[in-house]
Design a protein around this ligand. Structure first.
Ligand code: SIN
Length: 186
């Protein structure tokens, strides 16, 4: 898979002619919505868990010293709560550019708090992408993040802003909160 996934994503789903599309945010898309949206609602997707296993060359690190950002890994029987945005299809040019460092769009079911459901897209970086870093202990991930920085800012800011947003949504995520706790220690 090439380093830049923009061209692949453009051809993965045909969004032409659609009035709107749902996109699910589980990481920075929760706390940084730098795109226009029609509606924003908390939602959950099933069988996916957040992990700081993806390298960031373009936002929270550099090609020489990648930071660590979130992706989702498949864990049957689990749920992941995040923020769903209803957007017009043209917004995906911006999103594909923002998530170009290894993320692919996947279609999945979104479950809203009121019991309704919708199909939508979620950006996931799989093991096959070149920026993949893979598992490490929460302690080692925090140490890596503490010394990383990129064009979007310090890597620890990503974790701390996300942890704050998840707490505000009542989402318990032990992996994220443990890393945030290590980063908050003096
Ligand atoms: C997301 O937030 O849904 C994707 C990963 C990221 O950009 O942090």
């Amino acid at each position: 898979m090439p380093h830049d996934t923009q061209a692949i994503n453009k051809n993965r789903q045909n969004l032409e002619g659609l009035e709107s599309v749902w996109v699910f945010g589980y990481g920075s898309l929760i706390f940084k919505a730098d795109f226009p949206y029609i509606e924003r609602r908390a939602a959950r997707i099933d069988n996916w868990q957040r992990r700081f296993w993806q390298g960031s060359h373009d936002h929270r690190g550099t090609p020489e010293a990648p930071g660590r950002v979130l992706t989702l890994v498949e864990v049957p029987g689990t749920t992941c709560r995040g923020m769903a945005y209803k957007v017009t299809p043209d917004v995906f040019a911006h999103l594909d550019h923002r998530e170009k460092n290894g993320y692919l769009r996947f279609e999945t079911a979104f479950h809203f708090d009121d019991g309704t459901e919708a199909q939508g897209l979620v950006y996931i970086a799989t093991e096959e992408n070149e920026a993949w870093l893979g598992p490490a202990s929460e302690h080692d991930i925090a140490a890596h993040i503490a010394k990383s920085e990129g064009p979007s800012g310090p890597n620890d800011e990503y974790v701390l802003r996300l942890a704050e947003a998840l707490r505000a949504m009542d989402e318990d995520d032990p992996h994220v909160f443990m890393i945030a706790d290590y980063l908050s220690q003096p």
